[in-house]
Design a protein around this ligand. Structure first.
Ligand SMILES: Cc1cc2nc3c(=O)[nH]c(=O)nc-3n(C[C@H](O)[C@H](O)[C@H](O)COP(=O)(O)O)c2cc1C
Length: 200
């Protein structure tokens, strides 16, 4: 009787260890599908007027071991400038007059730009489009040979045509379907999205 029990316990132990082994290898697989398989050089370029897109950009960069480049306007937007409820605010004036959307940037030149295979491009949605602050970065850079992945944050609007319109403005690069995040998405949802991109 004792012998039967020891055989049963041993069998149960072997079964449990095998199951653990499987679940470990599953975890490794899912990790490998993400960052581990990406061997190219990635850059996260972003503009963020109040920090939401910056937070997403930092998790994206961390997941890919990527460098970051922040688009900074020469004249930073104050809270009053960003108040879209105020008809006389800076954003409203710029929204109403396309000529005012030519925003001077501190820099549009990324060090070693030619070395990057993949550019993840982040921005806030303003009036259902990419904030026009990013336009001069897009117009001043050649995306030839690069895979570009747009992402944005917004209160409720989707990505809409914002990614396609940036692609047209750029005129170069292979642009993938982008992703919209809410204003404060979970770290997990950001990392999962990056892993699912299957970047090469
Ligand atoms: C001028 C302006 C216009 C906006 N327009 C929209 C909009 O059309 N749809 C929307 O869902 N959110 C809109 N928002 C909210 C922002 O997209 C959202 O707060 C975003 O996360 C801000 O990102 P940031 O902190 O990186 O600048 C707008 C915000 C501002 C300041």
């Amino acid at each position: 009787m004792k012998k039967i029990w020891s055989v049963l316990v041993a069998a149960a132990l072997i079964f449990t260890l095998a199951a653990c082994g499987n679940s470990n290898s599953n975890n490794t697989d899912s990790n490998e599908k993400g960052t581990a398989e990406f061997t190219g050089k990635a850059l996260v370029v972003y503009y963020s007027s109040s920090g939401n897109t910056k937070r997403v950009a930092e998790f994206v960069a961390d997941e890919l071991n990527a460098d970051t480049f922040e688009i900074v306007p020469k004249e930073i937007y104050s809270d009053a400038d960003l108040n879209w409820r105020d008809r006389s605010s800076r954003v409203n004036k710029e929204h109403d007059d396309v000529a005012l959307q030519d925003i001077e940037l501190v820099s549009t030149e990324v060090p070693n730009w030619s070395e990057y295979d993949v550019v993840l491009f982040g921005y806030p949605i303003w009036w259902r489009e990419a904030a026009w602050v990013v336009n001069n970065f897009i117009k001043n850079n050649d995306f030839t040979g690069k895979t570009v992945v747009p992402f944005c944050t917004s209160t409720s609007s989707g990505l809409g045509d914002s990614g396609n319109n940036l692609e047209k403005m750029a005129g170069t690069g292979t642009w993938l379907e982008g992703r919209r995040f809410n204003e404060n998405p979970s770290e997990d949802s950001i990392r999962e999205w990056v892993r699912g991109l299957d970047l090469e």
